[in-house]
Design a protein around this ligand. Structure first.
Ligand code: FAD
Length: 288
């Protein structure tokens, strides 16, 4: 007979951190449960311990701080949609949150859970890459931060230690003139897993592209930064042919899509190319 996992529901962050000191690689933090409940049901995850953090008040809240926009780990997609602060600072994060499942899922699905699962098809993750967001990790030993793009390190893998939890996601201070775009291609409006998902951020200074950050999901084992696209377009005056050529090169070099039940690798590459090209044109339309 399988033994049931140990379950606890601490009420403070300090209590969670104490409990995490005894955690193993099989222990899980339960936030909204939208991924985990499915994984428990299918047997993909068989935890020795479940630490339910859903009632920990310190992990909630969205506020502007000196180092950026602090988004508490338990912020749900519905919280992001309802936040004027997020809408003003990062409308593409709101757009991505709006693509996550139906209302019931949006009400439970948290930003930390999206990073915890580290699915290559996660909708919030490409946006966090494009915005150069940081993840803040807490343990009894202290706090540390790293770029979200460094935190995710493989197929459904991240760099969280077993004694740590995600406390918040932090969006860097606003950069004047930054332009953003987000697009998800799926089979239908609600509840669809992305075939391709893309987020872009760039600045246009005196008619030239600068600081492009582009990220794509569902085209590799993990969300990827399109670094070739960024390199090819840095300092460039955008012309349709230049944007097309950079997007073509990026889909050849930066991604590694697979054939699966949802799409073929060739289809994903072609869609990614078209989506990147049209998003770029839209973002710099006043300079093309
Ligand atoms: C019907 C359905 C539709 C969906 N549609 C979409 C979609 O369109 N787009 C999309 O991106 N996702 C979708 N998902 C997946 C899911 O809703 C998201 O990944 C969600 O953000 C997970 O958050 P959660 O709070 O429910 O995570 P949970 O299930 O509670 O946890 C997920 C993982 O994150 C870890 N974790 C949670 N909180 C923390 C923390 N604070 N620190 C460290 N680790 C933590 C957990 O231990 C676990 O490994 C869907 C899921 C379902 C069931």
């Amino acid at each position: 007979m399988k033994s049931a996992p140990e379950y606890s529901a601490p009420r403070t962050l300090e209590e969670v951190l104490c409990q995490l000191e005894g955690a193993t690689a099989r222990s899980v933090l339960l936030a909204g449960g939208t991924d985990l409940m499915v994984e428990f049901e299918t047997g993909r995850t068989r935890p020795d311990r479940v630490i339910d953090i859903h009632r920990v008040p310190e992990l909630r809240g969205i506020e502007e701080r000196s180092d950026g926009l602090w988004i508490g780990a338990l912020s749900t997609c519905s919280d992001l949609l309802a936040s004027d602060l997020v809408r003003r600072r990062a409308a593409i994060l709101v757009a991505a949150a709006d693509e996550v499942g139906a209302e019931q899922i949006k009400n439970r699905a948290t930003i930390a859970g999206n990073l915890g699962t580290a699915s290559p098809a996660a909708d919030l993750v490409p946006v966090l890459f494009a915005l150069d967001a940081r993840v803040r990790l807490a343990s009894r030993g202290g706090r540390r931060e790293m770029a979200v793009s460094d935190f995710l390190c493989g197929y459904r893998e991240n760099r969280r230690r077993t004694d740590e939890l995600i406390e918040a996601v932090i969006l860097p201070p606003e950069v004047v003139g930054e332009r953003h775009a987000f697009r998800k291609v799926g089979t239908r409006r609600a509840q669809s897993i992305a075939k391709v998902v893309v987020a872009l951020s760039l600045r246009l200074v005196e008619g030239r592209i600068h600081d492009l950050r582009a990220a794509a999901g569902s085209v590799a084992p993990t969300t990827v930064l399109l670094s070739t696209l960024a390199r090819e377009l840095e300092g460039v005056r955008p012309k349709p042919a230049t944007l097309e050529a950079a997007a073509r090169l990026a889909v050849r070099t930066d991604v590694a899509p697979i054939d699966d039940v949802r799409s073929s690798a060739a289809y994903r590459r072609e869609v990614l190319y078209r989506v990147c090209r049209s998003m770029l044109v839209e973002l710099v339309t006043d300079a093309v």
